[in-house]
Design a protein around this ligand. Structure first.
Ligand code: ASP
Ligand code: MG
Length: 439
């Protein structure tokens, strides 16, 4: 039995037209047993994060406003999709909203102990996926698909690291095998669909967990791995994996084939098209990853496959904006020794600051990090106690895989280089703040 997996992100299901388009894609491209993994609709996860913040602050007026916005958004989509107002989807979605409201009311009114942000996050923000899966499932059935909805909390078992849960692969594999493979075995309709939620899981205490922002790609890879699927297709709003962000480089091209290794490197350097955790399970089971456009589904897209001997000639550009370059040196002009470095890494880990690129000289150590003031400001204040600490704000980090002179000139474009790192295949430069380059 060859199972395929489709993943649709928030942008694919951000409106009634989006959902109709998804249904069209499913009906056209599904040939056999198919698992569909869906994210929350549009920007619902952000809206739920807002609701969560209002709830943590116990601000009743803000809570009502944020809740209502999410309700209105989903019910206006439902109204467009289903002309029969007695359709059972209305009751099902309403009851999910009632559960969310009940949870918030209980925590807000009756809990006197301090709330744990990460735990509450997973209990509340996960409703985005529960609601979108319910809507998409009913719409696919309405369009005649043979589709059954599964609660992913019965399938993906994780630990209790809320907001960044780790998968218990063994239990998850046996749950998915038993329930999903079993469903396809018993349900011998051609093109049977098992639809479920991305992003969420369940811990051994039966609490909902989440896998980290943008984690639905990873959910889809978990299903693909556990079912030894033939292919995973991630449907995106771009034609495939591009050699640069087309919003930035207007003549960006779509890469037809990539090796798993290249895809992992790209995700590592910050190409946002593939979630970094997604590739490993696919590579391990030799599952083809297709990245295709839901806007233009007939385009071939990108295939990520097992290629050993592979020379890419097209330079690939990755741009990280809103970066900060921090340089530290010991005050006494001593060398940057291992003791200093391990101390600095310990401090970075304590402040949960991730290093995007680093370089050291005899007396200084420089790092480029995301300019998140909540993390970086306290870090700098702390470093200043023991080290001479300087920083540049508003810098950009560019990575070029498979660089050549022309690509480098094009990217630097006369800007001041603050730091440069070169290896055989990869060039990274930190460029000073200046005009918004359109290459
Ligand atoms: N809905 C979640 C998010 O926006 C997960 C995902 O979309 O992959 O982060
Ligand atoms: Mg998303």
């Amino acid at each position: 039995m060859h199972i395929n997996v489709f993943k649709f992100g928030g942008a694919a299901v951000n409106s009634s037209a989006g959902i109709k388009n998804v249904a069209g894609i499913v009906m056209k491209f599904n040939t056999g047993p198919l698992v569909i993994v869906v994210s929350a609709m549009g920007k619902t996860t952000n809206a739920l994060e807002q609701l969560l913040n209002d709830y943590m602050k116990k601000d009743p007026i803000a809570i009502v406003g944020s809740y209502q916005k999410i309700w209105d958004f989903h019910f206006s989509i439902l109204d467009d999709l289903f002309s029969d107002k007695n359709h059972e989807v209305f009751g099902e979605v309403e009851s999910l909203f009632n559960m969310l409201r009940g949870y918030i009311r209980k925590g807000h009114l009756y809990t006197t102990t301090p709330l744990d942000y990460d735990f509450e996050y997973d209990q509340i923000v996960s409703y985005g996926e529960l609601i979108s899966a319910s809507i998409l499932h009913h719409y696919l059935v309405f369009r005649g698909c043979s589709c059954t909805q599964f609660d992913v909390r019965d399938l993906i078992r994780t630990d209790s690291t809320y907001r960044d849960a780790r998968v218990d692969w063994k239990t998850t594999e046996s749950l998915i095998q038993k329930n999903i493979r079993g469903y396809f075995r018993d349900h011998r309709k051609p093109a049977a669909i098992a639809l479920t939620q991305g992003f969420i899981g369940c811990d051994p205490l039966h609490n909902t967990t989440t896998l980290g922002r943008e984690g639905s790609d990873f959910s889809a890879a978990i299903f693909a791995w556990c079912l030894q699927a033939k292919e995973l297709t991630i449907w995106k709003d771009v034609p495939g994996v591009m050699n640069a962000d087309p919003k930035w480089i207007t003549d960006a091209v779509c890469l037809e084939t990539l090796s798993y290794r290249e895809a992992i490197e790209l995700a590592y350097y910050g190409a946002s098209v593939i979630h970094p955790k997604t590739i490993k399970p696919l590579e391990n089971a030799n599952i083809v990853l297709r990245v295709k456009s839901f806007v233009d589904p007939n385009l071939p897209g990108t295939s990520v496959i097992n290629l050993r001997e592979w020379e890419i000639t097209t330079p690939i550009f990755i741009r990280k904006q809103n970066q900060m370059l921090i340089s530290v040196s010991p005050r006494d002009f001593s060398f940057i020794l291992e003791e200093n470095l391990s101390e600095i890494f310990r401090i970075l880990a304590n402040f949960r600051v991730k290093v995007n690129v680093m370089q050291n000289s005899a007396i200084s150590f420089s790092i480029c990090v995301d300019a998140d003031p909540l993390k970086v400001n306290p870090l700098i204040a702390y470093l200043k106690k023991d080290y001479e600490t300087r920083y540049n704000e508003g810098v950009e980090l560019f990575t070029i895989r498979h660089y050549n002179d022309e690509a480098v000139n094009r990217m630097v474009n006369g800007r001041k280089i603050l730091m440069e790192l070169k290896s055989r295949h990869t060039l990274q430069v930190v460029l000073a703040k200046n005009r918004d380059a359109e290459l």
